[in-house]
Write a protein that binds this ligand. Sequence first.
Ligand SMILES: Nc1ncnc2c1ncn2[C@@H]1O[C@H](COP(=O)(O)OP(=O)(O)OP(=O)(O)O)[C@@H](O)[C@H]1O
Ligand SMILES: O=C(O)C1=C[C@@H](O)[C@@H](O)[C@H](O)C1
Length: 330
Amino acid sequence: MYGEAAALGAGTILNALSTGMGSAFAIDAETTARVELDDSGTVDGEIAGVPDADTRLIRRAVERVVERFGDGEGGHVRTESEVPMAAGLKSSSAAANATVLATLSALDVPVEGAEPRSAGGAEPRSAGGAEPRSAGGAESRSAGGAEPRSAADATDAPLDREAACRIGVEAARDAGVTVTGAFDDASASMLGGVTVTDNDADDLLAREAVEWDVLVWTPAARAFSADADVERCARVAPMARLVADLALDGRYGAAMTVNGLAFSAALEFPTEPAVEAMPHAAGVSLSGTGPSVVAVGDREELEQVCERWNQRTGDTWMTTTRTDGARVIE
Ligand SMILES: Nc1ncnc2c1ncn2[C@@H]1O[C@H](COP(=O)(O)OP(=O)(O)OP(=O)(O)O)[C@@H](O)[C@H]1O
Ligand SMILES: O=C(O)C1=C[C@@H](O)[C@@H](O)[C@H](O)C1
């Protein structure tokens, strides 16, 4: 019984460590999981290129799916990732989502929206149009976080990607790799586009397909989300509430810039990369709990930021948003 799936990395619009509300956008960087199930009853894990890495998250993701849809199977899970670990780019969400979908595929459980596509099957992007403002058409938005969870969470209705994503979030909580569960990051990684969520209730408040150019600076340092100073993040809660209002209003560029200034200060990361980007970018923020910084906007303008950020140590790379989200691979 074999399954394979891919999910996306993401950048931050609103860090949920202050208030439980968060927002993220999917980027064109993939994590692939391959799952082989057998009758051993135990699951072992492997992360390509990182022999000593902690595989609890992906093992737990397989176990959670087997507990719910399987018959006591064990097996092997292996991830391969373009998303650097502990860099602020949601590698744990991408790994959990890919593992959940691959395990469901191995068990022949269909997932609406994740239908098998061949490897490398991203949607084509339309040309231009990088202004990170809402066009007004968010797919799902509720006032005050009352959006009901997917019916598939509670019944035998067909599983959809939102419900599959919640299995990965629970695995992340079990493995202790997240503070809030990070449903914001996980939903962007699974569904694509921008999502705005209430991580206390794992509610999807809004989702919008956006097509932006994205510049990422990833310094060599690493910062695990589970080690972040939550107490200091709580102090910038008034700014986080402002960012949530801006994001729910579709003003993603302004939202992420305010978020970046507040959380760089709280988590003691430099604000200089953001100051360099601000004249050119529609939005720039520390991503997650750092250390990466993400800027969005017009490609030619971002190339000017790229020249500045290239003078810094670490990797600076240009990418795009992805609107298609995670998928099962044939
Ligand atoms: N590609 C991967 N494959 C398997 N497990 C992973 C992978 N990436 C992360 N993890 C697991 O998640 C843990 C936390 O990783 P990391 O800090 O990168 O997650 P994160 O919360 O997504 O942070 P960031 O936003 O900084 O990427 C790792 O210690 C590892 O156990
Ligand atoms: O661990 C967590 O709960 C989180 C980590 C960061 O990626 C944040 O950006 C996210 O909002 C929540």
